[in-house]
Write a protein that binds this ligand. Structure first.
Ligand SMILES: [Zn+2]
Length: 186
């Protein structure tokens, strides 16, 4: 039953399975801008809301179906002793940047927690989020000229002109000095 892929009726199995679970797996709201989840300590990107599979407010967790390569999945499995998930088999998730413990993946669960199994479960306290488009620092206003390719090119041109002139001036000075010393000698 769990494996049940391949049957067309199970197209929406993720949704109905989630709905039947003891906790609410919220679907992504298409209206909200995407959110990037970052490590709470070193700020590397861990994943984003396009992989959102829900959250659990009581346990302060969010669930993603895929993550970035910055999330390290432990090789060894743990058996949870926490009362709510007693006997669950999990593997720990940590940050590749700073080794902060981020959450876990449930490998084996009681029916009540089946909807978490195989998902990347992050502790909300370990992560931060950045909402796309929420930047507050605006670009410089029109009157403050930006350094563009064009202005860079003209600056380079001026620098070349000046260095040519100074070279020319230096060699002229050299000739003059030489002439002076020659005339002094004679
Ligand atoms: Zn980190």
């Amino acid at each position: 039953m769990e494996k049940g892929g391949g049957q067309p009726e199970q197209e929406e199995s993720e949704v109905s399975e989630a709905a039947g679970c003891s906790e609410t797996l919220l679907q992504v709201n298409d209206v909200d801008p995407p959110v990037v989840f970052l490590c709470g300590r070193c700020q590397v990107a861990l994943g984003d809301s396009l992989a959102w599979r829900g959250n659990d407010e009581e346990d302060d967790m969010i669930f993603l179906k895929s993550v970035s390569e910055n999330v390290v999945v432990a090789k060894e499995q743990d058996i949870s002793m926490a009362p709510k998930e007693f006997g669950c088999t999990t593997v720990a998730l940590s940050c590749s940047g700073c080794s902060l413990k981020l959450g876990k993946i449930y490998k084996c669960t009681p029916k009540r927690l089946d909807c978490r199994r195989g998902l990347f479960c992050f502790d909300v306290s370990a992560i931060e989020s950045y909402i796309l488009g929420s930047g507050q620092n605006n670009a410089l206003s029109e009157d403050r000229k930006l350094l563009t390719f064009e202005t860079c090119a003209s600056v380079e041109e001026e620098v070349e002109k000046v260095s040519f002139l100074s070279f020319h001036f230096a060699s002229r000075t050299g000739v003059l000095l030489k002439n002076t010393s020659v005339s002094e000698e004679s």
